[in-house]
Write a protein that binds this ligand. Sequence first.
Ligand code: PMP
Ligand code: GLN
Length: 377
Amino acid sequence: ALSKLPNTGTTIFSQMSELATHHNAINLSQGFPDFDGPSCLLKRVDHYIKQGNNQYAPMIGIASLRQGINAKLQRCYDFQADPDSQITITSGATEALFVTISALVHVGDEVIVFDPAYDSYDPAIRLSGGCPIHVPLLPPNFEMDWDRIRNAVTSKTRMIIINSPHNPTCQTLTSRDLNELYELAEKHDLLVLSDEVYEHIVFDGQAHQSVLRHKALAERSVVVSSFGKTYHTTGWKIGYCIAPSHLMAEIRKVHQYVTFSVSTPMQYAIADFLQETPEHDQQLPAFYQRKRDHFNRAMSSSRFEFTATSGTYFQLMNYRAIQDTTDTEFALWLIEHAGVAAIPISVFYQTPPTDMRLIRFCFAKQDARSTAQPRNW
Ligand code: PMP
Ligand code: GLN
């Protein structure tokens, strides 16, 4: 057979954004802000381009950015990394996830992922010859079902991929979850890949439970994050990963042949911003909580049912009082009939529950856009 990914189509994000454009709909589907990052950050890129910082960056990322990330890890999670051997700058979190899986998953290894799962994990595992083991999160709150997770571990299990704050359920892990994870990983000698791209988008006074807070767990973990989410610059594709040196050495072997290095002027600009404006990260929860509440206030007069998101810039809505159709049918109807694009949740499952009536809206939008009046509503 020609295809290495016979059951994979074009991602739902490309599909829905294209449909949104086609139907001239308000695009609350694919997750990206419709506003720019801080203007001083944007100006810095211009500055570095004009200054001639336009050739290859070092393979592992420029030193000042890796040092800035390390300072942030100390500030936020009381975690001390060695920027030279434990931090690598990647082309978004997407590349960090892909190279980590490519470097560490061997043919025949089993990797546990939780459904619904962000869509890039499963194909990356398969391309490495690994076997994704999909364990469902527990409805209605999508909690980790630790008994079920323990039962899914076999002698072939090599890695567990977690994601908190979680896309698309918008839930966050607790320190108890991290303890459970640590016990399991330690007992079976498992690696943990922790996708923390929404680390600074948590609400209602919570503290993000980074794997890096749990020092023993961090010793067997790769943590992935992205400036796209934190600095409102998803199109820049600058992300990073943090790992113990012996794991990072393997990850870099792959990274050097996937991208080698990533955009030089943007790395310099982000390094400056990170150093000069550490308060940006601390202000992000309040910034997005206001947007969440603005969106939900407008939605409260609709027939959608919801509980406010715990983290991420997404909000799940249950549409059962509006229509009894599948979520994909409902999302298509919503685009065509109401001119609003959203993401159906069933696409994030290997085996979607048949009674799933949830769609995901992105509220990282200017206030007038996220609450614009839908057509024919
Ligand atoms: N992981 C999750 C959970 C995400 O939501 C996203 C962005 N949609 C990514 C990874 C990819 O991040 P990046 O755009 O930095 O590649
Ligand atoms: N992570 C974004 C989302 O969940 C989309 C990223 C992408 O388009 N690949 O909407």
